[in-house]
Design a protein. Structure first.
Length: 158
């Protein structure tokens, strides 16, 4: 990395290094932390059964995107597992993972959040019918932000 590399170039280099390092390790990885000068990249994986703590961020709150999509308080929702960019489909031009009216089951993939060039599957934590997609495709999301509103299944749906 050159001495005059910008923060984005340094972060890209750290991301590549982290992916290579994780691929070479034999066992499961819980956390990777890499530093280059003032730039730090920290990635932590969590058990999907337990909610993850809010990530530490060194993003300027003045320039960070402001997101305020909130479902009705009484509706369950599928939430973002990490800060990143939400995608409804596995690739551009493909059909979305789910649409309004679809029934989802626990563990079913309903979207992807891209964070530091890593694709993180977003899975439903419970069964339900999709009543609203709260975030547009390709939009930034915050940790624990509601992405998809669900209606719990009744006896006839289950």
């Amino acid at each position: 990395m050159s001495a005059d590399a910008g923060p984005e170039e340094v972060l890209d280099g750290l991301s590549r290094h982290a992916r290579k390092l994780v691929a070479e390790l034999a066992g499961p990885v819980r956390r990777v932390r890499l530093r280059s000068g003032e730039t730090v990249l920290e990635v932590e994986w969590h058990d999907p059964a337990r909610p993850a703590p809010a990530p530490r961020s060194e993003v300027d709150p003045v320039t960070a995107p402001q997101v305020e999509a909130v479902p009705a308080a009484d509706r369950p929702a599928v939430r973002a597992p990490v800060v990143g960019t939400f995608y409804r489909a596995p690739e551009p031009g493909a059909a979305p993972f789910v649409a309004v009216g679809d029934v989802v089951r626990p563990g079913q993939v309903v979207g992807i959040v891209e964070a530091m060039k890593l694709m993180n599957e977003v899975t439903a934590g419970q069964a339900g019918r999709v009543v609203e997609v709260l975030v547009e495709d390709g939009k930034p999301v915050e940790y624990d932000q509601p992405l998809i509103a669900l209606e719990p299944l009744t006896g006839r749906d289950a």
